[in-house]
Design a protein around this ligand. Structure first.
Ligand SMILES: Nc1ncnc2c1ncn2[C@@H]1O[C@H](COP(=O)(O)OP(=O)(O)OP(=O)(O)O)[C@@H](O)[C@H]1O
Ligand SMILES: [Mg+2]
Length: 148
């Protein structure tokens, strides 16, 4: 069950919590993990407009993400998982849902919140929309979770 899953991450604290559950799923039959990070086009556009350096902004975001992804890959490989990394630029929700279909994953694992992590918001907009539209089950790891 859940042989191949999709783990979208923004490298936030809550997505790190989700990552510990991805590793634990190895013991429940998961063999392969696709790690996806999406450089949000809207952030690039906003910061690019403010600084007038949109290409630099995008390049920097991609470089930082590549480094983070390599660390995530190492962590998941150590848990005995087969890992594929994908770095995309666009709208996170769209990219997550499209990739889940394309790669025919049987589960999506993500955090309840991400980088924004507003205290009075029950669910971030990425996780909300993934739950709303995904055709496969979604494991949402709450920011309150204490991994055991
Ligand atoms: N750019 C992204 N690329 C890949 N995965 C992401 C991205 N953004 C969020 N996620 C995944 O979705 C989870 C929930 O993040 P979400 O963006 O919904 O919360 P938020 O940042 O607190 O709120 P919002 O983005 O609505 O302001 C994260 O823990 C992560 O697993
Ligand atoms: Mg977010």
């Amino acid at each position: 069950m859940f042989r191949k899953l999709l783990f979208p991450t923004d490298f936030s604290d809550t997505s790190r919590k989700a990552q510990t559950y991805v590793k634990q799923l190895r013991g429940a039959g998961t063999e392969e993990v696709i790690v996806l990070h999406v450089v949000d086009q809207r952030d690039v556009d906003a910061l690019g407009k403010a600084t007038g350096l949109s290409q630099d902004v995008q390049q920097q975001a991609e470089n930082a993400a590549r480094e983070e992804m390599t660390a995530v890959e190492r962590d998941l490989k150590q848990a005995g998982l087969l890992v594929e990394k994908i770095l995309a630029v666009g709208r996170p929700i769209r990219e997550i849902l499209d990739l889940a279909e394309r790669e025919k994953v049987s589960l999506i694992v993500l955090g309840s919140h991400g980088r924004s992590n507003f205290s009075d918001i029950i669910l971030g907009s990425t996780s909300e929309n993934v739950i709303r539209h995904s055709r496969v089950p979604v494991l949402v790891v709450s920011r309150e979770t204490v991994p055991g």
